[in-house]
Design a protein around this ligand. Structure first.
Ligand code: NAP
Ligand code: MG
Length: 516
C-alpha cells in the first residue's frame, strides 16, 4: 500500500535556502545547454541529421538543445515498436505499472529544481511558474498511479444467484499518440503520456517543437524508473509533418491531444475517418483553448477582484489555457477595479526569468510575439489602452502586460484567444448581464466569480457554463486530484485531466458472464 495522495507542495521562494538551491539548479542546467538529443524508438536512441533547435525565448543567443527530429519513417518504426511492446505491457499487473509511475515521481521529486530550471530556460517560465509545472507533473504520476489501483479490479456489477458470475473489467486500447503543448511543457506532456501508459497502452509521444528538451529529460526518468523499451516512444517533429500521419494511422487506437483549437478540430475530424485495415473507432481526448472570464459583482471584495484578475491575466505572460483574458465588471465598481488593476499591472516587472525578481518572462516564440502585437492594434481600435501595449524582441520575446478598457462584449478582443498578457475590460449593468457576457464565447474552459452575494454565486454554479469554475479567487492554477481540469464547447472534449474518470478514456470495459 502506498500513502494517500496529496498534491506536491509548492516551493517557498522567500526562503533563502530555496533561493540558493534554485540558483544552483539554474547553474547546473546552464552547463547542459546546447547538447544534442536523440529520438527514442523501441528503446533505441537515434540521432538524426535533421534537428529541432530549441531556443531560450528570453535570450536569442542561447540554445537549450538540438533535438533529433523524427521523419515519417521514424514515426512508422515507432508505431511498430509500440505495437510490439503492447503485447507484453498489457499483461503487466496494474500494481507493477503503477510502481513505475511512483518511482518516476520519486526521481523527479529529488531533482525538482533541475526540472524547473529546464522550464525556465526552455519555456521562459518564472521560478514560481516553473516550480508549479514540475509539481503538477509529479502529481499526475502519483495520482494516475493510484487511480489505476482503484480501477484494477473493475467495477462491481450484479450476478444471478446459482446462474452466473459476472465481472466488469477495464482493458487497455492499444497504441496511442500523445501530442502535447509547450505551455505546460512538463506537466501536460508527462500527464497525457503516463495516464494511457499506466492503463496498459503504449504511446508515441510527440512533444511541442519549442519545448522538446524537457520532454527528453522525462524520457530519461521513465527509463531509469524501469519502463520497458517501446512503451513510450519519443518522436519530436513537426506537428504538420508527422501529426497527420500518426492520427490517420489505421493501427492508432487513440489520440490524446492538448493544444490549439485549430489543430484540435483538425485531429478530431481526421480521427473520425476509418482507414483501410482499421478495426476500431479511434478514441480522442482533445483539450483546447479558452477565453476565460472573471466577473466582478457589485457587492464584492475589490482587493480579491484586483489580485485575481492581475494574477490570472499575467501569470506566465497569460500563456495558460485558463488565463483570464476578459474582466467583466459591474458598473458600480467598474472604475475602481479598472484603476486598481492598472496600478497593480504597472508594478509588474518583465524580463529574463532566470532572475527571480522578474514577475513575467517572455512569450513563447516569434509567432506568439507577432500575434500578441497584432492584438495590441486590434485592441487600440476596439477599446481604450490603459497600460502596456509595448513590445521588445531585441533579446527575447518580451511584452508589457496590457489592459484595454471599455471593450464591447462581441469585440474580437473579447472573443478570440490571444494567449498572451492582454486583458480586456467590459462593463455590465447587473448580474444577469455579467453572466450573459461570461457565456457569450464559443469556449467554456475556466471562469471566476468575485462576489459576496451567495445567491449570485449559486446562480453562477449552474449558469456559468465552464468546465472549471472558481469563486472568489483566480481562474488559473487547477491542482491534480483536487480540481480535475477540462473545458466545455470549443475548449475540448472535457476529459478532466487529474480527475477520477480520466484513465477510463484510454480503456474499454469488458463484461464476462460465467455460467454455473
Ligand atoms: P498547438 O500549436 O495546437 O500545438 C500543440 C501540439 O500539436 C504541438 O505538439 C504541435 O506540434 C502539434 N501539432 C501542430 N500541428 C499538428 C497537426 N497538424 N497534427 C498533429 N499535431 C499537430 O498549440 P500550442 O501553441 O502548443 O499550445 C497552446 C494552445 O494550447 C492554446 O490554445 C491553449 O489554450 C491550449 N491549451 C489547452 C489546455 C487545456 O487543458 N485545455 C492546456 C494547455 C494549453 P508543433 O509544436 O511541432 O507545431
Ligand atoms: Mg504551436
Amino acid at each position: 500500500m502506498t500513502w494517500e495522495y496529496k498534491h506536491e507542495p509548492f516551493t517557498d521562494f522567500s526562503d533563502h535556502n530555496e533561493q540558493t538551491a534554485f540558483k544552483e539548479a539554474l547553474a547546473l542546467v546552464k552547463k547542459e545547454l546546447g547538447k544534442e538529443y536523440p529520438i527514442v524508438v523501441g528503446g533505441k536512441k537515434i540521432f538524426t541529421d535533421d534537428k529541432i533547435t530549441s531556443e531560450n525565448p528570453a535570450n536569442h543567443s542561447e540554445v537549450v538543445g538540438y533535438v533529433s527530429k523524427a521523419s515519417r519513417d521514424h514515426a512508422e518504426q515507432a508505431h511498430e515498436a509500440a505495437q510490439e511492446a503492447f503485447k507484453s505491457w498489457k499483461t503487466w499487473k496494474a500494481e507493477e505499472r503503477a510502481a513505475i509511475l511512483f518511482r518516476a515521481a520519486g526521481i523527479i521529486r529529488k531533482r525538482k529544481h533541475e526540472f524547473s530550471a529546464y522550464l525556465v530556460y526552455e519555456a521562459g517560465k518564472p521560478w514560481k511558474e516553473a516550480d508549479a509545472d514540475t509539481a503538477e507533473g509529479i502529481d499526475f504520476l502519483e495520482y494516475y498511479g493510484r487511480q489505476m489501483l482503484e480501477l484494477k479490479d473493475g467495477v462491481k456489477i450484479n450476478s444471478r444467484e446459482f446462474i452466473e458470475h459476472n465481472t466488469y473489467n477495464y482493458i487497455p486500447l492499444g497504441v496511442g499518440v500523445t501530442i502535447s503543448p509547450w505551455n505546460f511543457a512538463f506537466a501536460i506532456m508527462a500527464g497525457t503520456t503516463v495516464a494511457p501508459v499506466v492503463a496498459g497502452n503504449t504511446v508515441l509521444l510527440k512533444p511541442a517543437s519549442t519545448t522538446p528538451v524537457i520532454a527528453y529529460k522525462f524520457m530519461e526518468v521513465l527509463e531509469e524508473a524501469g519502463l520497458p523499451a517501446g512503451v513510450v516512444n519519443f518522436i519530436p517533429g513537426s506537428g504538420s509533418e508527422i501529426g497527420d500521419y500518426l492520427v490517420d494511422h489505421p493501427k492508432t487506437a487513440f489520440v490524446n491531444f492538448t493544444g490549439s483549437k485549430e489543430v484540435g478540430v483538425r485531429i478530431y475530424e481526421r480521427a473520425a475517418k476509418v482507414h483501410p485495415g482499421q478495426k476500431w473507432f479511434k478514441r480522442v481526448a482533445i483539450e483546447m483553448g479558452g477565453k476565460d472570464t472573471i466577473i466582478v459583482d457589485s457587492d464584492s471584495n475589490i482587493d480579491i477582484a484586483v489580485q485575481s484578475i492581475v494574477q490570472s491575466a499575467f501569470g506566465f505572460s497569460g500563456q495558460k489555457c485558463s488565463a483570464c483574458s476578459r474582466a467583466v465588471i459591474h458598473e458600480d465598481v467598474y472604475d475602481e477595479v479598472l484603476e486598481k488593476v492598472v496600478a497593480e499591472t504597472e508594478k509588474l516587472t518583465v524580463g529574463n526569468p532566470v532572475d527571480q525578481a522578474n514577475y513575467m518572462g517572455p512569450v513563447n516564440d516569434q509567432a506568439a510575439f507577432d500575434k500578441v502585437k497584432q492584438y495590441f492594434e486590434i485592441g487600440s481600435s476596439e477599446g481604450r489602452l490603459m497600460t502596456g501595449g509595448t513590445a521588445d524582441n531585441s533579446e527575447g520575446y518580451f511584452l508589457r502586460p496590457t489592459v484595454f478598457a471599455d471593450v464591447a462584449p462581441n469585440a474580437r478582443l473579447m472573443q478570440e484567444e490571444i494567449f498572451g498578457p492582454v486583458v480586456a475590460f467590459s462593463k455590465a449593468k447587473d448580474f444577469d448581464e455579467l453572466l450573459e457576457i461570461a457565456n457569450n464565447t464559443e469556449y467554456g474552459l475556466t471562469g471566476a466569480v468575485i462576489s459576496n452575494n451567495r445567491r449570485h454565486l449559486e446562480r453562477a454554479r449552474h449558469e456559468f457554463h465552464v468546465g472549471n469554475l472558481y469563486f472568489n479567487r483566480t481562474c488559473t492554477g487547477a491542482i491534480v486530484g483536487y480540481q480535475p481540469f477540462g473545458g466545455f464547447n470549443m475548449s475540448g472534449t472535457d476529459s478532466k485531466a487529474g480527475g477520477p474518470d480520466y484513465l477510463t478514456l484510454f480503456m474499454q470495459p469488458k463484461t464476462v458472464s460465467d455460467a454455473h
